[in-house]
Write a protein that binds this ligand. Sequence first.
Ligand code: AMP
Ligand code: MG
Length: 405
Amino acid sequence: MTPTDPASLPGKFAQFVMLEEAQAAVRSALPQPGSEWVAPAQAFGRRLAQPLRAGVAHPSATESALDGIAARAADTLGAAAQAPVTLRVVGESRAGQPFAGEVKAGECVRIYTGAPLPPGADAICPVEQLEFMAGEAEVRLLTPARVEDVRHLGDDFAPGDELLPAGVRLTPARVALAVAGGHAQLPVLRRPRVALLSTGDEVKAPGTPLEPGEVYDSNRYGLHGLLLECGAEVLDLGHAPDDVDELAARLDTVGGADLLLTSGGVSMGRYDFMRDLLLERGEVTFWKIRLRPGGPTLLGRWNGLSVLGLPGNPVSSLVVFELLVRPALTGQQLRGTRLRAGAPFASAGQKTAFWRGEVRGGEVVPYPKQSSGVLRSLSDARVLVRVDPGQAPVAGDEVEVLWLD
Ligand code: AMP
Ligand code: MG
């Protein structure tokens, strides 16, 4: 008997689990991430560990939104009726150097964007509507000064306002907001540390000659990129041959990782040694998901290290990553929508299928080759189309899709 015969399998573990059970198991196999403080330039793409409140007001004073003059709005109303108003220019307020005095009736000061509005003034007339006279001692306004062009103290946010909730991804705009709110260090979740190992005697490093029957180690690169996209720190363990002792030795070297991702060696073949290793010498949480592609996926543990064994077929490994690993690492799936099917999608019986789909004129049609060995299908396709057990959508039906780009 081989370990692929369930009757001979040691210990207890789940087989043929539903996708949702597999997702939950992978999520709980990952430890809760701790947090750390980083400088804003190191925070892009990280997730915020706790809510962030403003420490200062923005703007920090009532100020001008434009270059022009600051005056009393009531003095300038006449300029609306094609009758320009003339004011005395009594000084200037520039960013960082406010006007020291007060603007009185009939007076104004030159002002620039971001400069504090002097006491007495309540409105701005932009430079495009001004004509300076008498060596800039006087100015004629062609339109009234507008109160709308004043930005008030704390308009954007006031001290104590919540700027960002916990858990959000720090986009450039959010990092900028945090800095504007007075934060010089940001609390972010620690990056998950994920080790990556590809297996298979036929799997060769790029840049080396390829004999018939061999394949370049594309999975390790695809998975590496996906891990980086998910904000993980990648420990690249390289490649191991199909040898159970060699695999055991490699797994023993993995220190300090939250998860080990492996590629290959978990299917039904005699030489699928990742499977044998975990079944016979490690622990297995589940082996095989009711899923296509990616059915043979295995979740287990090796001396306390969580191991997710992905099938070697290139499409399977990358699709299973999207379905199980991305949500566990980031809390988010690929962006999903519903689209109208332009052609039938096959049922996968009791399995949940994710067919590669092309989008044409707002409709989704199956990519012509759906074999899990056709790596081009993932690169060319724009969506994964979900077909639940027992379903077989036909043209005109709405289907659930996940966007790959
Ligand atoms: P396995 O899951 O080990 O049975 O492998 C299934 C298929 O995936 C075989 O055709 C392998 O050659 C291919 N394969 C395995 N590992 C990789 C890899 N790292 N990159 C690309 N293809 C692979
Ligand atoms: Mg193999």
